[in-house]
Design a protein around this ligand. Structure first.
Ligand code: FA5
Length: 340
């Protein structure tokens, strides 16, 4: 048995020295070390030996296995190097080929839209104020005149982090933050940012989307200022001849509250699928800042007044660029993104 083992080792090492390619090495490995390989068979035959000879023979066979494995690793590395040198010599890898140019990226449609919005409001004297995505219940609801169990909270269900922290459902909590920071100065800001809602995703609704809030606080600010600002925005963002329609609405943090609609850009008010055959599409929710909210922000409603509005960013972009599904904004599909 011992002789057979020694012969096997010699034969295997000689065959290994002859194996000059990756394929030959794999075949060698199967033949000697594989599951059905010669050495594995030999290890299995230990059981056929007399009991007293088994430990010594088992040890010797294992030692041969270790030697053969080490020889195999060394040979594999040598063959790999040789193959690489051969490929290089034959020009299989042409290191002088110019690399593929990395495509240059561009701004996402949401960012482009946000920047258009910033530019328009900057010209009307609005600064950009950024508040936080993670909000407290107090700012997102209570200070906006929605105490616990207020039914309006149902419209804005969201993702809760714990009993007090949540992902903001709208940019309106920023109103309180900016008022508390700026008091007693007059304010004219827009507050852009991402909002989150626990709601059904559809072609028009996402669970995350951008809003831009607007807030003006000063002396003698009226509804006329609000309507003028929204009309001016619609005309600059869409087309100069846009018409705006005002409807009464309800938000707990504005009084009176309105919703502004614009004549449908796709059918010019004639009625189509997008405007649900009404000729009008919603632009934003808005209103005069509620006295309770002014007070919560530190401004005395007897002296100060203000307006606020809030609109989405993706939905106006859908209209402007004739896109039929809001989900495309978050799908990272370059075929969509490259069009803008
Ligand atoms: C609000 O969020 C109010 N905070 C707006 C407001 C601000 C009113 C200041 C008064 C004063 P609303 O839930 O309607 O309102 O959302 C405003 C806009 O956000 C919508 O018109 C729409 O453009 C956008 N929006 C709302 N939900 C979604 C959604 N799931 N996906 C995409 N856009 C959405």
């Amino acid at each position: 048995m011992r002789d057979t083992l020694d012969r096997l080792k010699e034969e295997a090492l000689a065959a290994l020295a002859d194996a000059g390619s990756s394929e030959a090495l794999q075949a060698w490995n199967r033949r000697y070390l594989g599951k059905k390989g010669a050495l594995t068979q030999m290890l299995r035959s230990v059981g056929e030996l007399p009991k007293e000879e088994r430990p010594a023979f088992g040890q010797a066979t294992n030692a041969v296995k270790v030697d053969l494995e080490a020889a195999y690793d060394a040979r594999t590395e040598a063959v790999r190097q040789a193959e690489m040198a051969r490929d290089l010599a034959q020009g299989a890898i042409d290191v002088t080929l110019p690399g593929r140019p990395a495509g240059s990226g561009h701004l996402h449609l949401t960012t482009q839209t946000l920047r258009q919005i910033y530019d328009i409001f900057a010209e009307m004297g609005f600064q950009v104020y950024e508040a936080t995505d993670v909000e407290t219940d107090t700012y997102n609801f209570e200070l906006l005149n929605m105490p616990p169990h207020h039914p309006a909270r149902d419209m804005w269900d969201t993702f809760w982090i714990n009993d007090e922290l949540l992902l903001r459902t709208h940019t309106s909590p920023g109103q309180i933050r900016v008022m508390r920071e700026r008091y007693p100065e007059p304010i004219r800001v827009i507050l852009p940012g991402k909002c989150y809602r626990y709601e059904q995703i559809t072609a028009r609704s996402e669970h995350q989307f951008y809003q831009v809030e607007g807030l003006a606080v000063g002396h003698n600010i009226t509804m006329t200022d609000l309507i003028g600002t929204l009309t001016e925005f619609a005309r600059r963002f869409y087309k100069p001849d846009r018409r705006i329609r005002i409807r009464g609405s309800y938000f707990p943090f504005t009084e009176p509250s309105i919703e502004a609609d614009m004549d449908c850009i796709l059918c010019n008010g004639a009625g189509c699928r997008v405007c649900k055959y009404t000729g009008w599409v919603e632009v934003c929710g808005a209103g005069m800042v509620h006295p309770v909210v002014l007070k919560n922000g530190g401004y005395d409603p007897a002296e100060w007044s203000g307006f606020a509005f809030g609109f989405g960013v993706e939905r106006p972009a859908l209209m402007k660029y004739n896109i039929d599904d809001i989900r495309l904004f978050y799908r990272n599909d370059l075929r969509f993104l490259r069009q803008f």
